[in-house]
Structures are given as structure tokens and as C-alpha cells.
Design a protein around this ligand. Structure first.
Ligand code: G4P
Length: 526
């Protein structure tokens, strides 16, 4: 095995999908704790709180109880290296989440035992299904009363259309929660509510026949043995290939806040979850073990550190070995760039990267030349595919309070829209700036950040646009005609692509009928 294939095989790059409040933040924190990445639990939330103090829009995030930033956390576990990509939970930020999911090899679904399958989980599963992403499931909050485990797994199978294979099984729940039984290791891990800040081992009993079980549980021991026999007969066995094809999800039970059931999950995760997978580019598929470095940008974030005013492009390494100071080809603009100070996200501290391998994420400083979807290589002309841009559903015109701040407004709005959560459209016929978003909250965030980060006071007012379509046509003469005749409804997006802004559906349908050879697309590949 070469160093490259060895390092690639060690990587596990994944994201957590869940409905808000199911426990994503808590699970993240405990995973980091087991990974030795943080010493004391509470750091993840603590970090959030510290960030709030430094910027206004983060303050707003706290008030609303949502997380609008995503980040990357890398930690070692056993002989593996885990990359956990955080996804924003709120529905208004779904586009950002979709794109993060294009950069992972698998996902972990967290479900609240009392609430079962919720609406956000359904949506996120749909996205995972587009690429048949393998999914593991953690059913959380077993320290509270919830639904019967069998009933929950049926619900997952019915609604999410994925087979469930229990790996651990809960013994009781709520006040009677005693622990979990690992169906394959045949070990019982006894529950003890812990403060959550320590990696507590808890007692482990080997084998269902152990007399220790009778000693501890009395009559319940016999019931447990019966129940386990029943479960083993009635549920799907773990089938690794079906898991890797995205058809079956291994299911774990526990209580994240009590740091319980997480170790079982993590042990099996690093064992079974897929290492970096081949990636499709327009030209060909790229294998992680190819020597030349390739990667694509799936996310851009402005002003991560308000003291530095920097913009970071997050690049997933798809193949090869990244070394500091390396020269890379920025394929879209056809230029070579030297990457001197890329950022790593080890243990949530930002530091300079020396090395990165397939599956790793590195942060590139972006001075306005990098866009979401950009590919970097060591010279080959490649374009990775599958990173979508969705047509926004809400539109507003930006109105500036102080007209003299126009320049700052333009700079701010272009930079914020580069992040991809909201999109900027410039009509061909007017000097308006129109912002499109998938959720209302985006406008508040943009207004807030314009003020906090660019010193611009702006507000948003309604505009007569209901939907947007990216426009292309193979016949350049016809496109020219269309551009002239429909100019009133046409604009350019932040990267100069032609877009049709329709006041309503009827108008869009009529325009389509009138121009049958023009293509109107609801998503655009970056
Ligand atoms: P999210 O990121 O998915 O939105 O969920 P988060 O981890 O913030 O958890 C949501 C709430 O559920 C938090 O309570 C958290 O403490 C609680 N929680 C997480 N895991 C468990 C568990 O295993 N058992 C129980 N009983 N609760 C759990 P909160 O009151 O909203 O916040 P906090 O005051 O505890 O920080």
C-alpha cells in the first residue's frame, strides 16, 4: 500500500443530518470528546457562545436558536481520521446543507426517540438519496420516555424508504433505561447518567447468559433475553454492502447528553463507514488514489473571523496529497495559484495545513476569485459535477439608506451572495440589486451582516418576481433575440449567467411556449 492509498483509506468524511433539537450539536460534541479533540464537553456550545460575543449577526443566530454557520471538525479516532462537516439545521439554509452533503462520503442521521421521523430529516434524506449516500442512524434521548424502538424503525422504513438493521438495542427507556445491548459483540453496556464531560466507561457485561445480568436485573433479565431473541428474528441483519449502497441503515440507540451509546456508534462508524469514494467530473471519474491532487469547493464563507475580514473557500480533497506551498491550477479561470496558507480545521482550531489527503477539507483564502463548484488540480482540466445551485423562491430589492454607500453595498452583497445562501441578480435594464433566497430569514441575515460587517444600512422591499430560471440556448443568434425581446425580465446572476425573472408562473409558461428552443433551468450546476 502506498502512503496515499493508506491515508485515503483511513479517512471518514461525514455530516450529521437531523431535525432541529434532535441533538445534533450534542452528538457532535460527544464525538469530539471521544476523539480526544476536546477535553471538556460544552466546548462546542461554548465556542458558539464565544463567537456570538464577537459579531452581531451571530447574536441574532443565538436569539433565534438556530445555527447558520457550518464548520469542519477533524479528529483522530483509533487509527482513523474523522472529518465531521457541520450542517446548518434551519430550513432557510437548506441550500448550504445540500452542498455540504455533496462533499461527504456518508451521513449520520440523528432521531429523537419521542418525535421519530421529522420533516427536516425527510428532506435531508431525499438529498442523501440523490447520491445514494450511506447512512447510519442514532436514536437519541433514550433517557426520556419515547416511542417503542420497533415502532420507530418501522416508521423510518415506511417514511424514509430505507431498511433498518439494529446494531445496538435499548434495555428499557426513560426512568427504566438500563443500557444497550450490542447485537453483534454480544455485550451489554450499562447506563449510568454521567455529567457528560467525561468519557465514562460504565460497566460492560459480556454475553446475555452472564449471571451478572440476573444479579442486576432480576426478573427483567429473562425478559431481556426473550426480547433480544425476538428482535434478532424479526429485524434485518446488518448487511454491509446494502449499507454502502444506501439501502440499509445500521441503527444505534443512546443518550447523547449522557454520553451514552456514542462509543458503540463511533467504533462501528470508523469500522464500516466508507473511505473517500471516486468522484464524477465532466471529463471522467477521479479515484482517490490518483497521485495528482484534485478537489472542489463546496462552500464559501465570508468573515469567519471578524478581526480578519477574510473569506474562506472550503475545498474537499478528492485525490492526491496536498502539501503547503503547492501550486494548483484554478481550472475555471485557467490560472496557477500558489497555496501558501491553507487552513485546517483540526479540533475546531484554525491552523495552517501542512498536509491533506483525500477526504480532508482545507480552507483556501479567497480574494474574490473562487466560487462554489470550482475545481482545483495539478494541471489537468477537470470539472467536478453535482454541486447544485437552486432557483430561489423569494425575491427582494435592496434599498440603501445612505446612497453614498453604494460601493460598500455592492461589495458586501457580492461577497455575501458568493457564499451561496442568497443569490444576487442584476437586471439588464435597471440598476436594481435583487436578492433571491430560499427562506425569509436569509434577508434578515444579509441585512444584519451588511451592517455589522460592511457598515451599510440597507433594507429589503418587495419586488414583482415569483421565480427565476437560468437561461441557455444552443443557437447564439436566437439567444441574442431573446436577450433583446425579453430584456425587461432578464438579469445576470453574480457570476454573469443569464436569468429570467418571472413575475408569475403564467408568464413563465407563456415565455417558454414562445421560445421553445430556449432552455429554462430551475437548478444550475456550479
Ligand atoms: P440540535 O443541535 O439538533 O438542535 O440539538 P441539541 O444538541 O442542541 O439538543 C437539543 C436539546 O436536546 C438540548 O436541550 C439538549 O441538551 C437536549 N438533548 C440532547 N441529547 C439529549 C439526550 O440524550 N437526552 C435528553 N434528555 N436531552 C438531550 P436544550 O434544553 O434545548 O438546550 P440546553 O439547555 O441543554 O443546552
Amino acid at each position: 500500500m502506498t502512503k496515499l492509498s493508506d491515508e485515503a483509506a483511513r479517512r471518514r468524511t461525514f455530516a450529521i443530518i437531523s431535525h432541529p433539537d434532535a441533538g445534533k450539536t450534542t452528538v457532535t460534541e460527544k464525538l469530539l470528546l471521544f476523539g480526544g479533540a476536546i477535553q471538556v464537553a460544552g466546548t462546542v456550545k461554548g465556542r458558539k457562545a464565544a463567537a456570538h460575543a464577537t459579531s452581531d449577526w451571530m447574536e441574532m443566530e443565538k436569539e433565534r436558536g438556530i445555527s447558520v454557520t457550518s464548520s469542519v471538525m477533524q479528529f483522530p479516532y483509533k487509527d482513523r481520521v474523522v472529518n465531521l462537516l457541520d450542517t446548518p439545521g434551519h430550513a432557510d439554509f437548506s441550500e448550504d446543507t445540500y452542498r455540504v452533503l455533496t462533499a461527504v462520503d456518508s451521513a449520520l442521521m440523528v432521531i429523537d426517540v419521542a418525535k421519530g421521523v421529522e420533516e427536516r430529516t425527510i428532506k435531508l434524506m431525499e438529498v442523501c438519496r440523490l447520491r445514494d449516500t450511506p447512512i447510519m442512524t442514532f436514536i437519541n434521548k433514550l433517557d426520556r420516555e419515547g416511542r417503542e424502538p420497533m415502532e420507530l424503525m418501522d416508521e423510518v422504513e415506511d417514511i424514509l424508504k430505507i431498511r433498518c438493521a439494529p446494531i445496538t438495542w435499548p434495555i428499557g427507556m426513560g426512568k427504566r433505561f438500563k443500557g444497550v445491548y450490542h447485537l453483534y459483540n454480544e455485550s451489554i453496556h450499562l447506563f449510568s447518567a454521567s455529567a457528560g464531560s467525561k468519557v465514562s466507561e460504565g460497566e460492560i457485561i459480556q454475553g446475555l447468559d452472564s449471571p451478572r445480568l440476573d444479579e442486576l436485573f432480576g426478573d427483567m433479565a429473562a425478559e431481556l433475553r426473550e426480547e433480544i431473541e425476538l428482535i434478532q428474528g424479526a429485524s434485518n441483519p446488518f448487511d454491509k454492502d446494502a449499507y454502502l449502497r444506501g439501502e440499509l441503515t445500521p441503527v444505534f440507540f443512546g443518550s447523547a447528553i449522557n454520553n451514552f451509546g456514542i462509543r458503540e456508534l463511533l467504533d462501528d462508524f470508523v469500522e464500516h463507514a466508507p473511505p473517500p469514494q471516486p468522484r464524477e467530473a465532466e471529463q471522467r471519474a477521479v479515484e482517490p488514489n490518483e497521485e495528482p491532487l484534485t478537489g472542489f469547493v463546496f462552500k464559501i464563507q465570508a468573515n469567519m473571523d471578524p478581526n480578519h475580514r477574510d473569506r474562506i473557500a472550503f475545498m474537499r480533497v478528492c485525490s492526491g496529497h496536498f502539501e503547503r506551498g503547492m501550486k494548483l491550477k484554478h481550472v475555471r479561470i485557467g490560472k496557477d495559484v500558489r497555496i501558501a496558507n491553507a487552513i485546517t480545521f483540526m479540533a475546531s482550531d484554525r491552523g495552517n495545513v501542512e498536509d491533506a489527503w483525500p477526504g480532508d477539507i482545507i480552507g483556501l483564502h479567497n480574494h474574490g476569485t473562487i466560487q462554489i463548484g470550482d475545481t482545483f488540480t495539478e494541471g489537468e482540466v477537470l470539472k467536478f459535477t453535482g454541486i447544485p445551485n437552486f432557483a430561489p423562491e423569494l425575491f427582494r430589492r435592496v434599498v440603501l439608506r445612505d446612497p453614498l454607500r453604494m460601493k460598500q453595498l455592492q461589495k458586501g452583497i457580492v461577497q455575501l451572495c458568493e457564499e451561496g445562501a442568497s443569490q444576487l441578480f442584476r437586471p439588464l435594464n435597471t440598476n436594481d440589486l435583487i436578492v433571491g433566497a430560499v427562506g425569509m430569514l436569509q434577508f434578515d441575515v444579509v441585512a444584519h451582516r451588511l451592517k455589522a460587517e460592511y457598515g451599510v444600512e440597507a433594507r429589503f422591499e418587495p419586488v414583482n418576481v415569483a421565480t427565476a430560471r437560468w437561461v441557455t440556448c444552443d443557437d447564439s443568434k436566437m439567444l441574442g433575440d431573446f436577450r433583446r425581446k425579453a430584456a425587461e425580465n432578464l438579469s445576470e446572476d453574480v457570476t454573469g449567467n443569464l436569468t429570467y425573472l418571472a413575475p408569475n408562473r403564467v408568464n413563465l409558461d407563456l415565455t417558454r411556449e414562445r421560445w421553445p428552443d430556449v432552455r429554462f433551468m430551475a437548478t444550475r450546476e456550479h
